[in-house]
Design a protein around this ligand. Sequence first.
Ligand code: B12
Ligand code: SF4
Ligand code: SF4
Length: 233
Amino acid sequence: MGGAGDHGALAVALGAHGFRTRGWVVPAKDAAPRLSDGRAAAAIALIGHAGGEIWPYFSAWRATQEGIADPLDSWSKAVIGPIAAEAGGEAVFPSDRPWHPFQQWAMAAEGLKPSPLGMLIHPDYGLWHGYRGAILFGSSVAGRLAETGTAGRGQVRNHPCDDCADKPCLTACPVGTYTLQGFAVADCRAHLATAAGRQGCMQAGCLARDACPVGRSYRYGEAQIRFHMSAFA
Ligand code: B12
Ligand code: SF4
Ligand code: SF4
């Protein structure tokens, strides 16, 4: 791979596994995550996916890993960790505690805003996207990002929820767990444990997420939906 933070080489390496760079952030010094040597990271490349693009790669790997715990997190680490090192950075992951503020980074990197469901909505991908890691870089990359004008330029065209008068996402849940006041996670989990929940949301996915008309062509396939539901429940 090219030098630290070579955008093109990084995109190619990630793309070979179905990942994509979801934008760059130059964090304020007092809010920057730390590199392993204690320095504040100067630039962050956010790594994720849109729609089902990681699913064939992940599924092929998983078939070789019988009984592995947290398979999607494990696969993400196995893939993104070495790519980060090769690029001269250090990988961090959304599942690791203390939690890094992935959604705040995503808002800065791509100019996204939260939907009423809490998930960030993308004008193209809708609610069908996620973050699988981030690569922290030292100072040399921040300078190059500033030169190329890449960081923080991911201002999206519009926030889809502003133009959505009916907000069907807020009325589709059979037990009313989503309101403008937030997400009642215990009520959701209680429903998923019932026969109706096992036959409904656990099979077909979250009805609230599925009610959103934005980004339908990025909707996950059935196997991916069931995988995420069982990981959540
Ligand atoms: C803890 C957690 C949860 C908890 C609590 C969520 C909460 N109330 O904050 C639970 C278990 C409920 C949860 C559920 C889900 N989560 Co979650 N979760 C996280 C996690 C690991 C940490 C969040 C956090 O506290 N961060 C620390 C603070 C400092 O970071 P932050 O960026 O400032 O945090 C923001 C979030 O807390 C957000 N927020 C607040 N309320 C809610 C509510 C919901 C439902 C969500 C998704 C976010 C959210 O607002 C904060 C300010 O920006 C993040 C990964 C991460 N590291 O951020 C994923 C994450 C937020 N989750 C995500 C997703 C997709 C989900 C699910 C849809 C999972 C699924 N299996 O499909 C469900 C929603 C369930 C449903 N029925 O719809 C994605 C969101 C992607 C996006 N498009 O925005 C993330 C980023 C993980 C990822 N790998 O991409 N999650
Ligand atoms: S249904 Fe409307 S308000 Fe709800 S997430 Fe989709 S665009 Fe936003
Ligand atoms: S998974 Fe089902 S119960 Fe949970 S919030 Fe979505 S629609 Fe409601």
